[in-house]
Ligand binder design. Structure first.
Ligand code: GLN
Length: 559
């Protein structure tokens, strides 16, 4: 069977949830037994998001193969099972880089190199790359909004694509907004008409319109959209805001017949989607038996997308334990100003995520100290682990002024230092220690109990590492390397023995968490937090409702 291609574009405004919708479509097709590959094409000029600030771009999502990708790929991995690789995310910068390198090698044989056909050909070739005979459907999401100058070559390329592979093998899905105007008391279809108009101007007639809306769209309005946008009524699909959980999105789309419409249009033979476990997931989400609070202390606490996969992984662990998790997002600089007691007292678990740069670092170190001394379950991730090592060195081992050479090149006690392989690296993009790396776990450790195995593969993204020279000294004081690289050289997991649950990891476990399969360390962490809350409630005769949940200025999300 020829591979079918689905293209997802977005109109009217950004942040419509194109990634989530594309991931949901991928999931529904997979659950009909189809082999699906997901891909995102981003119109910005950076070669990848690895060099971009989280303020600009949110989290950088790392794949097994070490590629640094858009956070939408996190949605793809959480919803679908098809493999994601370097070929799953391209940017304008990468496409141009490839074309320019070909030009330098003389591959264009003296021709003038132009956007059409050379850039568009390169775009088509990266789409085609995913569609080998082992794949039934490739879903390609085009980043940005229709009408942006920088998306034009991508839209032109996907227009041409259907001429190359046959119209019957392509489907264009356009995600649009149908806003509710309070003053008029009605939904407005005009922005959708305009954005479809812009698509048609460049030669793309969408087959399906997915309409994001706050309120249900009447049949009359759907008819109007269908008529003006030249699509059948059944192909105008409502996607109403989900107040409860993003994991409701796929079920809403099934209800509105989207997956059936897609398989019919593409003549795919596919069974009904198997969704029982997903219904069960939502049931678990809606019926928690516990309520706990977790503090996430980082530099970008106010920026929700910066720690996206961490918040998701916490939710998954909550689903696993039937726990509703209230997340307190706390700025590490506020800990420096107000002290940890004021901001962290009452939380059942504390997590310090990854990061770069010195700002807020002392606040993170204070946070670790608070968690360690008060016996609060602690999970440190990447920079969070490095802070845990610095804190332990200073306050337990007695190494005054211990630090990472990332923050103090001349520290007398460089407990965190540059990886050997990084010594001569000067370029910033794509040069960290990246992607899946193995670690061997020590039996009896918390990590081993969580994973229930001796050997794990987790994803990394860092330049600095625990300095093995200090390993013995740390162990003598009660912080052990319970996970190490197979050659024994790099400590990847540190645990404090004399503590209910203190695990700090050099990798990013959040990237491998799924809603129906919580990542083991996150599950262990939340389990420990629940145990702490239960003990506190019994000890103090408190109910979950009247127990304090942080008394400071943390932003608390009940998710
Ligand atoms: N800045 C630290 C390093 O490069 C930690 C990186 C991270 O947290 N992803 O090693």
């Amino acid at each position: 069977m020829v591979t079918k291609h689905i293209f997802v574009t977005g109109g009217v405004v950004s942040s419509l949830g194109k990634g989530l919708t594309s991931a949901s479509i991928g999931m529904l097709l997979e659950r009909r037994g189809l082999r699906v590959r997901m891909q995102k094409l981003d119109p910005y000029i950076n070669v990848d998001p690895g060099t971009m600030s989280p303020y600009q771009h949110g989290e950088v999502y790392v794949l097994d193969d070490g590629s640094e990708t858009d956070l939408d790929l996190g949605h793809y991995e959480r919803f679908t099972n098809g493999p994601l690789t370097r070929d799953s995310n391209y940017t304008t910068g990468q496409i141009y880089l490839q074309v320019i390198e070909k030009e330098r090698r003389g591959e264009f044989l003296g021709k003038t190199v132009q956007v059409i056909p050379h850039i568009t050909n390169e775009i088509k070739s990266v789409i085609r790359k995913l569609g080998d005979e082992s794949v039934d459907v490739v879903i390609t999401e085009i980043g940005g909004t229709v009408g942006d100058i920088e998306s034009q070559p991508f839209l032109e390329a996907i227009r041409q694509f259907s001429l190359d592979v046959g119209k019957e093998n392509c489907l264009y899905i356009h995600l649009t907004l149908v806003p509710y105007l309070k003053a008029a008391g009605e939904l407005k279809t005009k922005p959708t008409q305009h954005s479809v108009g812009q698509l048609r101007e460049i030669g793309i007639q969408p087959d399906v319109l997915i309409c994001r809306c706050e309120r249900s769209i009447s049949r009359e309005d759907r008819e109007k959209i269908a008529l003006f946008c030249n699509v059948p009524l059944e192909a105008v699909v409502e996607e109403k805001d989900k107040e409860f959980s993003i994991y409701e999105v796929p079920l809403g789309l099934v209800e509105n017949g989207l997956d059936q419409w897609i398989v019919d249009k593409l003549s795919l033979s596919a069974a009904q989607p198997e969704m029982d476990d997903w219904h069960d997931l939502l049931h678990r989400l809606r019926n928690p038996s516990h309520e706990i609070s977790i503090a996430v202390v980082g530099k970008y606490a106010e920026h929700f997308d910066a720690y996206k996969s961490i918040y998701e992984a916490l939710d998954h662990a909550g689903i696993h334990h039937l726990a509703q998790i209230r997340i307190g997002r706390i700025l590490s600089e506020d800990i420096e100003d107000d002290g940890p007691e004021r901001l962290l007292t009452g939380f059942d678990g504390i997590l310090v995520p990854g990061g770069f740069g010195e700002r807020g670092i002392e606040g993170k170190i204070e946070t670790v100290r608070f968690a360690r001394e008060k016996g609060v379950p602690f999970l440190g991730i990447c920079l969070g682990m490095q802070c845990a090592a610095i804190e332990f060195a200073r306050n337990v081992v007695g190494l005054d002024g211990a630090n990472s050479t990332e923050f103090d090149k001349d520290t007398t006690h460089p407990v965190i230092c540059l990886l050997d392989e990084q010594q001569n690296v000067t370029e910033k993009g794509g040069t960290m220690r990246l992607g899946a790396q193995p670690a061997v776990l020590q039996e009896g450790s918390h990590a081993h109990k969580c994973y229930q195995t001796d050997y794990v593969l987790e994803r990394h993204r860092h330049r600095y590492e625990f300095n093995s020279q200090y390993r013995q000294q740390f162990a003598a004081h009660g912080m052990h390397a319970t996970g190490v690289s197979p050659d024994g050289k790099l400590p990847e997991i540190l645990e404090v023995v004399d503590h209910p649950w203190f695990v700090a990891v050099q990798f990013h476990p959040e990237f491998k968490s799924k809603p129906i399969k919580a990542q083991p360390l996150f599950a262990g962490f939340i389990g420990a937090a629940i145990a702490r809350r239960q003990k506190k409630t019994t000890d103090e005769g408190m109910t979950a409702e009247n127990a304090p949940v942080g008394d400071g200025d943390a932003v608390i999300d009940a998710r």
